[in-house]
Design a protein around this ligand. Sequence first.
Ligand SMILES: *Cc1c(COP(=O)(O)O)cnc(C)c1O
Length: 410
Amino acid sequence: MAKAKGPLRPDTKLIGGGRRPEWTGTGDQPGAVVSPPVWRASTHLYPDTAALKQGPTRNEDGRFFYGRRGAPTQWALAEALTELEPGAFGTLLYPSGVAAITGALLTVLSPGDVLLVTDNAYDPSRHISNGMLKRFGVETRFFDPLDIDAYRTLFCERTKAVLLESPGSLTMEVCDIPALAAIAREHGALTLLDNTWAGPTGFPALERGCDISIMALTKHVNGHSDVLMGSVSAGEELYGQLRRTAQDLGHVVSPDDAALALRGLRTMGVRLQRETDSALELARYLSTRPEVAHVLCPILPGAPGHDLWKRDFTGGCGLFSIVLKGRDAAARARFIDALELFGIGYSWGGFESLAIPFDPAPNRSAGSWPPSGWNKEDRLGVRFSIGLEDPADLLADLEQAFAAMEQDGA
Ligand SMILES: *Cc1c(COP(=O)(O)O)cnc(C)c1O
């Protein structure tokens, strides 16, 4: 095959990543295939005892050893993700996004260390910090991701790592990741980013100063709401440490799930583009509605975080939130229950649209919610994950649900 000139663009890398000829066959051989086959194995067989004895010493990535080290289906997915993340040496796969976060934290932290966690972190990330990590002697301090001065004062000799999530997956704050990561580096601390919202095509995390990029592949990479998986990408030294921890914890993913996630990855570019376009259209519409106090959608010009998003990101997605103007929980429930094209369920990034209510206040400890200057009555949130439906139908659905919210309340 003729090589294209210059570095390939992300949408092209999505198509070719991980399709090594030794895993798919090559076009001039009969039986060559486009996608690496599902390679199910716990046991790999060796030709003789001498080769078996060599196994553990020749078990670097991409070589057979034992099922826990994977096989071509998992390696192809990991390699495709590594190719998408500039600066990454390798990528590890985990049985869920939460396992990826835990695996990364357990790799970089030791008893006595201090971890800084953004106050808008995904709920289970808070739980890991306040629970398991505390038990293991790690102290967590939460910070307002938009208050850089306060963040700076939290560092001490023992601060080993910072966990960021931007935009926050409920409240959509966009923080100044390069600035926060630079401050962490000055203090000798590593920056871990939960990059599930943008992914490497929308935010090249390592290039922007992060040390470890984490994703719930459950969301956009798989994209079809039927697989749980996580990934962590990093440079060479950290990758080696992450890999040892993953092996010690027995973190593996099935080849069937890896094949599904790899299939999802191939179409992620067009799905993200469609979702982003639709989300922008719907966010514009929602910002005109009298029932809506705030539209939390960084891709929308004028919305909170838009300027930083525009400066740092190369793409968006269909996940955003609104805060209702002065309505009560019953009105919000009428609104969500009246939606016909939006499923009610957790997770996001699938081909179908979803809506959930959210109330972040009880999960905040650094005073970052609600933002200062907001009207106290405007506090009930609805989060939308916009799928691939025709946006005109979604808009009409929102419109009839607003009508239902007001009617039944009388
Ligand atoms: C869903 C999610 C996760 C966890 O992924 P699972 O595969 O559900 O464990 C982590 N971070 C963010 C931001 C998420 O939305």
